[in-house]
Write a protein that binds this ligand. Sequence first.
Ligand SMILES: [Zn+2]
Length: 323
Amino acid sequence: MLHPDPFTVRALLGDEAAVARRAISGEIGVALPPLADHHVHGHLVDLAKVFLGGIAAVIDLGGDPAALFRAERAVPHIDYAGAFLTAPGGYPAGRAWAPPAIVREIGRSSGEGATGSAPTAVDEQADFGASVIKVALNADAGPVVDAHTLAAVVARAHERGLPVVAHAQGAGMTRLAVEAGVDALAHTPFTEAVDDALLRGALDRGQVWISTLAIHDGPALPRAVDNLRRFAAAGGRVLYGTDLGNGPQPLGVNAAEVRLLLAADLDGAAVIAALADPWPRAAVLHGVSTFVPGAPPASLAEVPDWLAGARVVPTEELVPDDQ
Ligand SMILES: [Zn+2]
């Protein structure tokens, strides 16, 4: 292998990418910040294996809060939402993949000023160590909390210092999430085209979108790609996420998801930024890096398959090799 040119690597992948050598094996490759999958379900997959595929941190967006609280969280680093908060009988209650412990139904508020059980449900997740609160707004699959109850969730979560992430699906659900001040969407909107005014509202509120493009087929896929393209082009903060556990997926960086981020016109640096974003934490993990051994990609088209060869290594094992 020719020695990789550090300037070419940075031009393609941004300033976070550096040519490096592993101190013990001498293996040459590209060092990246620790990469994260911002949307997984750990009860459906073996999370320990994503570490072998270059993912250093995951955010579990719907699981049993007590099990997550007890889990060994060293490798990879796990942040989690705990249970899905949803309307009584709402999605995903009753789904085969959603045991009762991962769903917390919250009562509708009964009148002005009443908030039902929303604050208590938020407190339950927070007390089990959640770093984000997940709300299901799936109007295609049952009842959905009203705006008043959703506002109570957001208010209580923010009091506890936690962002709120919503699964928005069905007519009007992206608007409901944006207008309630929901901080993140668990999926790029895929059931409707987001119009410019609503997009502007999401951007003005600093909402972040987790990509999850590769789970779609049919008309939902181009709709989601187009929504993400316009969101990113307008300066929106995109987080790489796969909804790992939803259908068969590779354990590690998913080349199909990366390919679709490129289809949404993210460049190499933006793809790395979406993968390396520390959200919902404020700072990047210490002590580990993602390392992709071998020759770096020669073009954007090579980036997805190249990234699928990533692994997680101790940062102290990497020696800069920018010569
Ligand atoms: Zn999910």
